[in-house]
Design a protein around this ligand. Structure first.
Ligand code: PRX
Length: 645
């Protein structure tokens, strides 16, 4: 590999860091040598309990079972809001920046308390009880955070569906977890463009007979269709609700939320997280990874529809009593300096984004950055996909003026919080490496036989032990959780990622080793896209693979075999692309469609994706062994077609 340009811990950080190199070594050792004592102490330090726990951990990794602090009771919103009221009631909890630079709003912890309680009471008035599932399909507006927290207030389980998903995806998710109430808005606005959320909800709910209520926030004020039995306006009813709502005392292992994510097979899975362990690890990682100091402004640019938004816009920062910036817009609107304009406007101290955004902004040129000051920034972070060293260096030198460490945080929807990440005062930074495990996390690399690789090497990334924010289930399908995460390598949690460990013990994530794509930091299953493509009457079969894409990290490459008698055409390509957008959402549109006379299959009928990936990457002289194919000439035909398209 190319030479690594290691950056020592910046001296300003080494001197004042919350966690020094020595602290990290000592605390990490303690966390793996005596996890129960370590985590019991953290849980007492970071969380406020209604009833203290006596049990710390019960785990059986062979069965995918973990229970943390199980006999303790607490409420997430007491931790994220109520306990701050005496000391920081007037401090801004959520700093909202609209898509239009003229719109912003500061919501104090006191106001947040009132908004959350009123919405919780509105949900109660519609019959919502502890354990009920509530679907949120929201723009990036403060009401999205109110809605998540209002669910947690009364023990309802939220399932946030990203506003970019289609009505069909929304319907599938509502039905899968049997949500009875939906919270949405008339429209979302991103980069000046409107997204018809309410109209999408109307389409989805036409096939969801159990949904009795849709609470609708008026955001843009556009006219929307109305079902007077089902739909209610948030703004009309909230003022009539009581401004206080007693928090439901929740068991530590009671569900907090479900979040759907793509896997290698079938439809997206509803990843289930529970109350105490999730909140503890979101908060602790927030504080230590970001070296957070009282009074700082933290900005995570993710959407609340993804796990990053859950853990680092809402739960982690608010539980830590921070000011969390929530941004409705996109990095390039009105122009490519928007992120840095917002940093200056709100004096952001800690900034957390995805490599895809960094690459896109890097492409727009340095002037957009240099026209801003950014002198409030102290720390930068990335998440969602591997960051290429070139983008890392640009982020470090142009955005951070070589002053701000970058934390490259590796984690997943299923892990709930950071798992492998630098702690900025404790570790030298290596562009492209997520470096070391967080406290209590014991990663390992396994070879193809399932044997642990010791020292330097590359293999499948697994985790040996449970951690507090580990996935607790796949909603409604325990077996699917076991099959996906706990059976490839019995006794370990399998991440689906490959990784390399260098001679100094630092981890380099190499990307997914299953049939999951990472497009602009968004996870998509190849199977989901293939299912959409075969819905077209002209498609006989389809196979989707990823290929390297300069901005998105990975692009979507679809091989489509048509039914006999059907003719390839540009119109047909457009129809297929539209179908993916309609079935899943615009993020699932193929970047490239190649017509395939046949797909390369083994004699047992399995598509050989390894070969398709090579063709998509244009590595035609490196196809590997094709002797096991039922019909090796299928490969030649694909290569001919690639060259002609
Ligand atoms: O492949 C890894 C990649 O994103 C996947 C998880 O996606 P999702 O559940 O949507 O969560 C994204 C936000 C946590 C992982 O399996 N990934 C995430 N962070 C990194 C990463 N790949 C490399 N480096 C990272 N820092």
């Amino acid at each position: 590999m190319s030479e690594v340009h290691t950056r020592p811990v910046p001296t300003n950080f080494a001197a004042n860091a919350l966690i020094s190199a020595e602290d990290y070594e000592r605390m990490y050792r303690q966390s793996v040598d005596n996890p129960e004592a370590f985590w019991a102490q953290q849980a007492k330090d970071f969380l406020q309990w209604d009833r203290p726990f006596a049990q710390v951990l019960e785990e059986d990794m062979y069965k995918g079972h973990a229970a943390w602090f199980a006999d303790g009771r607490l409420n997430v919103t007491v931790n994220c809001i109520d306990r701050h009221l005496t000391t920081r009631g007037e401090q801004t909890a959520i700093l909202w920046e609209g898509d239009d630079p003229a719109n912003s709003q500061a919501i104090s912890y006191r106001i947040l308390h009132e908004k959350v309680c009123r919405l919780a009471n509105l949900m109660k008035s519609r019959g919502v009880k502890k354990g009920d599932r509530i679907c949120l399909y929201m723009p990036m507006i403060p009401e999205a955070a109110y809605a998540m927290l209002a669910c947690a207030r009364i023990g309802a389980v939220h399932s946030v569906v990203f506003g970019g998903f289609s009505p069909t995806s929304l319907k599938d998710r509502i039905l899968d977890s049997d949500c009875r109430l939906v919270i949405t808005a008339d429209e979302a606005v991103r980069g000046g463009k409107r997204v018809p959320l309410k109209a999408n909800v109307d389409k989805a709910l036409a096939e969801c007979p159990n949904v009795h209520t849709a609470i609708v926030v008026k955001h843009t004020g556009t006219a929307v269709d109305w079902d007077s039995k089902r739909d209610i306006w948030y703004g009309d009813l909230i003022p009539q609700m009581e401004p206080d709502c007693p928090p439901e005392a929740m068991g530590a292992e009671d569900p907090l939320f479900i979040l759907y994510t793509s896997g290698s097979t079938g439809k997206p899975k509803g990843v289930l997280h529970t109350t105490a362990g999730y909140l503890l690890m979101a908060t602790m990682t927030f504080k230590y990874t970001f070296d957070y100091r009282e009074g700082e402004v933290f900005w995570c640019t993710a959407d609340v529809g993804w796990i990053t938004g859950h853990s680092y816009i809402v739960y982690g920062p608010l539980c830590a009593g921070a000011t969390s910036l929530m941004f409705e817009g996109v990095p390039t609107y009105p122009d490519a300096s928007r992120f840095w304009q917002v940093v200056d406007k709100h004096q952001v101290n800690i900034f957390y984004t995805a490599p895809t955004a960094i690459r896109a902004l890097m492409g727009a040129g340095d002037d957009f950055v240099k026209s801003t000051k950014r002198n409030s920034l102290r720390l930068l972070g990335t998440v969602g996909e591997p960051i290429n060293p070139e983008a890392w260096e640009w982020y470090f030198s142009v955005v951070g003026d070589e002053r701000c460490p970058i934390v490259d945080t590796w984690w997943q929807t299923e892990t709930g919080a950071h798992m492998i990440t630098p702690l900025p005062g404790a570790m030298p930074l290596k562009p492209g490496s997520a470096t070391r495990p967080f406290f209590g996390v014991q990663p390992a690399l396994l070879d193809s036989e399932g044997q642990e690789i010791i020292g330097e090497g590359e293999g499948s990334l697994v985790i040996k032990n449970s951690w507090p924010s580990m996935i607790r289930g796949v909603y409604g399908n325990r077996q699917r959780m076991l099959d996906t995460y706990f059976s490839s390598f019995p006794g370990y949690y399998f991440t689906g990622d490959g990784a390399r460990r260098d001679g100094e013990g630092d981890y380099w994530i190499t990307g997914r080793i299953d049939d999951v794509l990472n497009v602009s930091g968004h996870r998509l299953g190849t199977a989901e896209i293939e299912s959409a493509l075969v819905l077209h009457g002209d498609t006989a079969e389809a196979a989707v693979v990823g290929y390297p894409h300069d901005i998105k990290g990975q692009g979507i490459y679809a091989f489509v075999m048509l039914k006999s008698g059907c003719q390839p055409s540009d119109t047909l390509k457009c129809e297929l692309i539209d179908l993916c957008s309609k079935e899943i959402g615009p993020i699932a549109k193929p970047d490239f469609i190649q017509w395939a006379p046949a797909l390369p299959k083994t004699r047992s009928g399995k598509i050989m994706r390894r070969i398709l990936r090579k063709i998509a990457c244009n590595e035609l002289d490196n196809l590997g062994d094709i002797s096991t194919l039922a019909d090796p000439s299928a490969v030649d035909a694909l290569i001919d077609h690639r060259e002609n398209c």
